[in-house]
Design a protein around this ligand. Structure first.
Ligand SMILES: O=C(O)CCC(=O)C(=O)O
Ligand SMILES: [Fe+2]
Length: 273
């Protein structure tokens, strides 16, 4: 991972800017005051608008920040702090469980290209985990790599898209693809399965490869982490929340290179399954 200087407005991040790593840490990007970590989600009141503005500026510099109709009310900047009701769930507001490695919205036609996390308040036990597709493919047998490029796999809808009782669905995915000479990955450790026995075997090998390649970073106050959602997967280690205003708090932006031509209202991507 390389630390890079803030990117000039109106220029897109290019490969040569971030080096070849799909995960970039920009330490202490934000230095403003951070109030107590909120205890409950409130989509109407932003408890740290200065951080949201800084993150939105960054996100709109590397692409277009988007919301998703079924996630946090379509918010462009999402708050991630521990929520008691989801302590043990596979959602970003969980805490006491390992958040399994995943592509952000692996099931979605219009996945974000980048996940940008800005840390307002860290927790030494909560490490963001990540794995690079280039490291993962090195661990796979030729046979599994071939099968993983087929469509013999399905995934289901992220729990964060079903918080209002929306139905689940099964979506066919091809975990590994190579386009323009670059490997790309769509993966969810817990939601994906193989639809044939050779696919199940290859997926088991992929799980092992991901584990062998997982790295981690503990985000601290002001840090910005940019994850290329096509080339890296991410997750989080467990930690213990206190619910006293001192808990870990991130702001998150999901970024596309370009808005899709359809299935978008303003900047809010619609979910059609
Ligand atoms: O809490 C983290 O470090 C990552 C959580 C996550 O998966 C996300 O916000 O997309
Ligand atoms: Fe995530």
């Amino acid at each position: 991972m390389t630390a890079i200087a803030p990117i000039n407005p109106n220029t897109n991040v290019r490969q040569d800017r971030t080096g070849d790593s799909p995960v970039t840490l920009i330490a202490r990007y934000f230095s403003g005051h951070v109030p107590a970590t909120p205890l409950a989600a409130n989509f109407e009141v932003d408890a740290c608008p200065g951080a949201s503005r800084a993150l939105l500026r960054f996100a709109d510099d590397i692409g277009r920040a988007v919301g998703y109709d079924r996630e946090q009310g379509g918010a462009l900047i999402q708050d991630i702090f521990p929520v008691r009701a989801s302590e043990h769930h596979q959602v970003s507001t969980s805490s006491k469980v390992t958040l399994g490695s995943h592509t952000e919205t692996a099931f979605h036609t219009h996945k974000p290209r980048y996940v940008v996390l800005m840390c307002l308040r860290g927790d030494p036990h909560a490490a963001t985990t990540y794995s690079d597709i280039n490291d993962i493919v090195m661990q796979l047998s030729d046979e599994s790599l071939t099968v993983l490029q087929s469509n013999e796999f399905v995934t289901t809808v992220d729990p964060s898209f079903m918080s209002n009782g929306e139905p689940d669905a099964t979506v066919t995915v091809t975990p590994i693809t190579k386009t323009s000479g670059r490997w790309r990955l769509v993966y969810d450790e817990l939601l994906m399965s193989g639809t044939t026995s050779r696919a199940s075997d290859a997926l088991a090998e992929l799980h092992r490869a991901v584990k062998a390649c997982t790295q981690q970073v503990v985000l601290q106050h002001g840090d910005l982490l940019v994850i290329d959602n096509d080339r890296a997967i991410h997750g989080r280690t467990p930690f213990t929340p206190r619910y006293d205003g001192t808990d870990r708090w991130l702001k998150r932006s999901l970024v596309v290179r370009e808005l899709p031509a359809t299935e978008v209202v303003g900047r809010v991507i619609q979910t059609r399954l």
